[in-house]
Design a binder for this molecule. Structure first.
Ligand code: FES
Ligand SMILES: [Fe+2]
Length: 384
């Protein structure tokens, strides 16, 4: 497939780095084991502050993180049974966001009408997922499919990456398999060739041929021989808003993207490896191998991407109109998809209630672009 610059899309390429999200999808917001019964966790999905709490019975709830009494953040509050009590005056809210008790209200006096927004929330793949958009659509949207997750043949290495960057830079990085150069000392691939590119309303699928070589590549199942080059197809799939990258049944990774703000994003990541070890050997070694691979490979790998992406963001902030030269058609496809999804979302929202799409930069985009394990993971976050 030909690689070429596409100067016609320059306006799109500039504005995509301020684009908002389509909120009508499930977003991973944190690791489930980091929220015990009785605890509250503050999360942000594209400027929306949300208090996620696990009640005394283990059930998850997600409420707008601002008490309707005086606006204090509800995540500072206290879980009482299945209710969340605001820290300031103790008003209690149920899972629908309704105030159901005010401790100092005189007996017999009617409760005021005080309500916060409640969000659909669920737990799967050791992650907490929140649906920030139209809650009537939550059941119609599926979580990413991760068949390797429960398969004992795979070694799973979860991790988290925090980017001081807009999610578009992270997404471009995920579909850009021409940057094996960056990871040359962390089992990077080489000689990439883009062989196929498919684009639908909500997906981009890009297939590459990449080559591996070396002892670590052989151990990880990426290469047939340590001293000879093995070339394999790699398929990157962007199922908005999340990514997967699969190397022909030998390894795969899933990146659950959380857009936080115009300059902050997170990824909850699963790496899967099919090691060349018999299952009776692999099973007892899994916890140690998981730790080892995370420390020696994955965290360094992610840190290199974080550094590149943040560098792009910094230079973008210095001059948002700066004309960058891109030659990867898969990056253009991802850019088009991000803009298309955002526009679909804003067009479906009443303007006055569209909290997710309310930044001035994203509004101008809409005008200008009419065409288009109980896992201990706390210490494993890659940050800048
Ligand atoms: S501010 Fe929340 S109860 Fe008063
Ligand atoms: Fe990378």
């Amino acid at each position: 497939m030909e690689l070429a610059t596409d100067l016609h899309n320059q306006a799109l390429r500039t504005s995509v780095h301020e684009v908002g999200i389509n909120g009508n999808y499930w977003y991973a917001v944190g690791w489930a084991n980091q929220l015990k019964p009785g605890e509250v966790m503050p999360v942000t999905i594209w400027h929306q502050a949300i208090a996620v709490y696990r009640d005394a019975f283990g059930h998850l709830h997600a409420l707008e993180d601002a008490c309707p009494h005086k606006g204090v953040a509800l995540h500072k509050g206290k879980v009482q049974g299945d209710l969340l009590a605001c820290r300031y005056h103790g008003w209690e809210f149920n899972s629908e966001g309704q105030c159901v008790s005010i401790p100092y209200l005189p007996e017999g006096q009617k409760l005021p009408c005080a309500q916060v927004q409640a969000y659909p929330v669920q737990e799967k793949y050791h992650l907490i997922w929140v649906f920030p958009g139209d809650r009537a659509l939550a059941e119609t949207k599926a979580l990413p499919d991760i068949p390797e997750f429960d398969d004992p043949d795979w070694l799973m290495v979860p991790s988290t990456a925090c980017f001081q960057a807009h999610f578009s830079f992270c997404n471009e990085n995920s579909v850009d398999l021409f940057h094996g150069f960056l990871h040359e000392h962390q089992q990077g691939w080489f000689d990439p060739v883009l062989t196929r590119l498919q684009e639908t309303d909500a997906t981009v699928i890009a297939e590459f041929q990449v080559s591996y070589k070396g002892h670590l590549a052989k151990f990880l199942g990426l290469s047939e021989h340590a001293n000879q080059v093995t070339t394999r197809p790699v398929v990157v799939e962007y199922h908005y808003p999340h990514f997967s990258c699969k190397l022909q049944g030998m390894s795969s990774n899933y990146m659950m993207r959380l857009p936080v703000s115009a300059t902050e994003s997170r990824s909850f990541v699963f790496f899967f490896f099919k090691l060349r070890l018999p299952s009776w050997v692999l099973k007892p070694l899994k916890p140690a191998l998981e730790r080892l691979l995370r420390r020696l490979l994955i965290l360094q790998f992610l840190a290199q991407d974080v550094e590149m992406v943040e560098s792009e963001q910094l230079n973008h902030l210095k001059d948002p109109a700066w004309r960058r030269v891109e030659i990867n058609p898969a990056v253009f496809a991802v850019q088009r998809l991000m803009v298309r999804q955002y526009l679909q979302f804003t067009e479906a929202q009443p303007v006055h209630s569209n909290a997710i799409a309310s930044t001035s930069s994203t509004k101008s985009l809409a005008v200008n672009e009419q065409s288009p394990t109980a896992m201990g993971l706390a210490s494993d976050v890659v940050r800048s």
